[in-house]
Design a protein around this ligand. Structure first.
Ligand SMILES: *[C@@H]1O[C@H](CO)[C@@H](O)[C@H](O)[C@H]1NC(C)=O
Ligand SMILES: *[C@@H]1O[C@H](CO)[C@@H](O)[C@H](O)[C@H]1NC(C)=O
Length: 546
């Protein structure tokens, strides 16, 4: 859950660069003369029955990225129609086929899915978006999940040509009988992970002997099948799986070994890093020379801490804003920071101490300390509200430093507005939120309903769901369950009307049942009485002055 919070934030800033340049013109809908098939609800099922492998794009005609993709999608369909006519590319216009798109849970455009017949759960497409990339990706999908290596020298050539790491099972003949189950496990892994990596198996002894000469691992006297991950052009540095051959361990190995010791994070690679559970160490550089200087250092460090932490370079001239997600200052580069995917905490080398960038020595020490649990995370927070601020506001002001404390009290309903200072809808909601807080007397110790808000741009807090827009209203009912692992309590995302009545009705229904309408009516009576009392002394005062 928390991991996804990080992912969306990271993706948002890494993608922001693209939207800045703006999508180019083109038609979202594919060229009607192309091989792209336009699908409707009626045709859908029979089309999947007839075509075992289909890439379907769900789109809306107005969407910018769909317009970028349209022409490429058409081109890819034509390429495949010529070379691999069994692979089909199809489009569904979600403004016309709303039911069909809803059935496929389409939440953004364009969404592409790889479909293998009407009865298999489709896979999300996560490949490139240019014609050639799309065609190649789909050709790979059409191959069996594990490809048998017939010729080791051809295979070696392939590893040099590929730009992605690949995995190979080395399975000599004397082990064939005994390790049938391992071979099957490998096949299952390949079937599941084929979208992200190519899988091979080499089972002929003569070919294994040839491969043995080309790679750094010793394959001559295996007592069990060996599993290698080979990075492009790195036959002298293959990663070898050791341990029990069960699917979990093998999967973990494939995920960890897939990332280079020191790669670059960008739009093409972020998914690889986000899908790894390991912490991610970032080196921000503003020029390629800066990166070149630390390349060897980070490669060695990556090797040393393989399976513990991944290291990436980040081109700050393109993605520099991402520093903010890491609670670092984007203006001071080079910088080094670590994001822990498992708990979304961020750690960074002090930038004021290293205005010209940290030395490799500093980084090495920092990483060591981090892994030993000796580094404190950087928590972005506004200061705690002052007495004056508290007195002047009915709404309870949350910042990172008091957020957990307020949520920890499960005897109260807590309703939080996550907002950004620049957001227009937040400003519109503010007076209503204030009134709501007054009605429940949120600040008082005996209040059963805490109406709170937090400036989410200035405070780095965990949320049970990713905050993707402002304002986001999350209601945490009293006495709700608390997830023992994450410490996050039961929650509901509020999506009803943003008027006082709807909000009060929701609180009454979902929470302890406190009746806001009643409180409001009582308050009005008291206020009216108070007003009357008020009037008298005032008149008197004025009178006195006269
Ligand atoms: C697809 O290929 C077939 C066979 O080559 C050809 O007859 C057909 O015109 C092609 N379709 C499109 C839309 O290009
Ligand atoms: C291993 O499994 C693959 C399918 O994934 C199969 O093609 C191959 O024949 C198997 N090898 C042996 C030696 O059984």
């Amino acid at each position: 859950m928390k991991f996804w919070k990080f992912s969306t934030a990271a993706i948002a800033t890494l993608l922001a660069v693209v939207s800045a340049s703006g999508p180019t013109d083109g038609e979202a809908s594919a060229d009607p003369n192309s091989a792209v098939v336009k699908l409707t609800e009626k045709k859908f099922k029979s089309f999947l029955e007839e075509n075992p492998l289909v890439l379907t794009e769900f789109f809306a005609p107005w969407c910018g990225y769909c317009k970028m993709l349209g022409p490429e999608f058409s081109k890819a369909a034509d390429m495949l129609n010529e070379s691999h006519p069994n692979i089909k590319l199809a489009q569904v216009d979600c403004t016309e086929e709303q039911d069909l798109c809803q059935k496929h849970d389409i939440r953004g455009y364009p969404t592409m899915k790889v479909m293998r017949g009407p009865f298999v759960q489709p896979d999300d497409y996560d490949g490139p978006r240019d014609a050639e990339g799309i065609a190649n990706y789909m050709i790979k999908q059409s191959l069996p999940p594990v490809q048998l290596v017939e010729d080791a020298s051809e295979f070696v050539k392939l590893t040099k040509k590929e730009n992605q790491p690949l995995m190979v099972q080395v399975f000599p003949s004397n082990l064939h009988k005994k390790f049938q189950a391992s071979n099957e496990t490998y096949g299952e892994l390949a079937n599941e992970k084929r979208r992200t990596m190519s899988f091979f198996s080499i089972e002929d002894d003569a070919e294994i002997a040839k491969l043995n000469k080309a790679v750094s691992a010793d394959l001559s006297k295996l007592n069990e099948p060996a599993y290698l991950v080979i990075h492009p052009n790195q036959l002298d540095d293959v990663r070898v799986f050791s341990g029990d051959i069960n699917k979990e361990e093998l999967t973990e190995f494939s995920v960890n070994a897939k990332v280079p010791y020191f790669g670059d994070i960008n739009r093409e690679t972020y998914l690889t890093y986000m899908s790894s559970p390991l912490p991610l160490g970032y080196y921000f550089y503003s020029h390629i020379d800066e990166r070149a200087k630390v390349d060897k250092f980070f490669n060695d460090l990556g090797k040393k801490y393989v399976g513990k932490i991944n290291f990436v370079g980040l081109d700050a001239s393109q993605y520099g804003r991402h520093a903010e997600v890491l609670n670092m200052n984007p203006d001071i580069v080079p910088l080094f920071a670590i994001q822990d995917n498992s708990n979304s905490r961020k750690y960074g080398l002090d930038q004021t101490e290293h205005p010209n960038g940290p030395s490799t020595k500093d980084i090495e020490k920092f990483v060591e300390d981090f892994l030993a649990g000796k580094v404190d995370p950087i928590i972005k927070s506004e200061p705690l509200p002052t007495e004056e601020e508290i007195a002047n506001q009915a709404v309870v002001k949350l910042v990172s430093h008091n957020y957990d404390d307020v949520l920890k009290d499960t005897s109260k309903d807590v309703f939080i507005k996550y907002y950004a200072p620049w957001c227009g809808h937040c400003k519109k909601l503010a007076p209503i939120w204030e009134e709501l807080a007054e009605i429940y007397e949120s600040k008082s110790d005996d209040s059963q309903v805490v109406i709170a808000h937090i400036d989410h741009t200035l405070n780095d807090v965990d949320t049970p769901i990713p905050i993707e827009g402002y304002p986001t209203l999350i209601f945490y009912p009293a006495n709700g369950k608390v997830d023992p692992k994450t410490g996050i309590r039961e929650h509901h995302l509020y999506t009803d009307g943003r008027d006082l009545e709807s909000l009060m009705a929701y609180i009454k229904k979902k929470g302890l049942g406190v009746d806001g309408e009643k409180l409001k009516a009582e308050k009005q009576i008291i206020e009216e009485e108070a007003d009357e009392e008020d009037v008298a002394p005032k008149e008197k005062a004025e009178h006195d002055e006269l």
